[in-house]
Design a protein around this ligand. Structure first.
Ligand code: NAP
Length: 259
């Protein structure tokens, strides 16, 4: 299916690897020109070169911390009028809420709520004036089913989700949709690091920990980043113009509810 995206322009944040990279790849495969971002310049530059070589689109790398005002300004300077914005950043650390003070909460809210809202604020009116836009926020299955040790993520991402629900209804009449992707367990460096950490803590092997985790997922496997990337590209497509304000759970059936 032709998604109708050839020649569109997208900013994809936190995209040198993992889920952001998968979204960048999937959009590039549809002929979308990109600005991608991450903090580690060498890895990001390599990703941009690989994307350009594989898909023949323009891919500009902006190596900054997207959770800072200066970082967001640099990304927007590289592409002031995107047709598509994919919001993403690192997730907050796990822990016990009794150990978190104001600073930890402010950092989580800054990274996972205010950063995407600020980027949306800078681009959404331009999209509306041009009559077409797609905004995707990578959040987490924790928005729908909170994960106890990820309280910072549960809280900050729920705040973003609430804001987006209102905004989506405000801009759809101008051809702009806003949707969230909620990953369950995807096999990225982040998940690999978590599994390593759990193995060290419990004295088990990484394979044993990974197998236990897989066994708890109805699909009996972790998600592949490309699967989330493909969902991102579809939600950005012309065919998805009537889908807005949605939270698409991509978790191999892990969430047990009917709705
Ligand atoms: P990953 O494989 O570790 O990749 C993270 C990417 O984000 C890298 O490109 C990283 O590059 C970049 N990044 C991190 N912090 C950044 C910042 N402040 N500014 C700019 N770029 C930044 O992680 P992932 O698994 O793809 O996770 C992406 C998001 O999805 C996270 O918020 C995570 O919590 C969420 N999520 C993931 C899963 C999962 O199963 N993987 C499940 C639920 C939610 P640099 O380090 O060089 O900046």
């Amino acid at each position: 299916m032709d998604l109708g995206l050839r020649g569109k322009k997208a900013i994809v944040c936190a995209a040198s690897k993992g889920l952001g990279r998968a979204c960048a790849n999937a959009l590039a495969a549809e002929g979308v020109d990109l600005v991608i971002n991450a903090r580690t310049e060498s890895e990001l530059q390599r990703a941009a070169e690989e994307i350009q070589a594989a898909y023949g689109v323009s891919c500009v790398a902006v190596a900054v911390d997207i959770t800072t005002e200066a970082g967001r300004a640099a990304v927007l300077a590289a592409m002031p009028n995107p047709d598509i914005l994919v919001n993403n950043a690192g997730g907050p650390p796990p822990g016990n809420f009794r150990d978190w003070g104001r600073d930890e909460w402010l950092a989580a809210v800054e990274a996972n709520m205010i950063t995407p809202i600020e980027l949306i604020r800078q681009v959404v009116d331009g999209m509306s004036e041009r009559g077409w836009g797609r905004i995707i926020n990578i959040t987490s299955s924790a928005v729908k089913a909170p994960i106890n040790i990820l309280g910072l993520s549960n809280g900050a991402r729920a705040g973003l989700t609430g804001f987006v629900a209102g905004l989506a209804r405000d801009v759809i009449a101008h051809g702009v949709t806003v949707n969230n992707l909620l990953p369950g367990s995807f096999y990225t460096d982040r998940l690999r690091n978590t599994l390593n950490g759990l193995a060290v803590k419990s004295g088990s092997t990484v394979d044993d920990i990974a197998n236990q985790r897989r066994a708890g997922i109805p699909a009996q496997r972790f998600g592949e980043p490309e699967e989330l990337g493909a969902s991102c590209a579809f939600l950005c497509s012309v065919q998805a113009g009537y889908i807005t304000g949605q939270n698409l759970l991509i978790d191999g059936g892990a969430y047990p509810g009917t709705l």
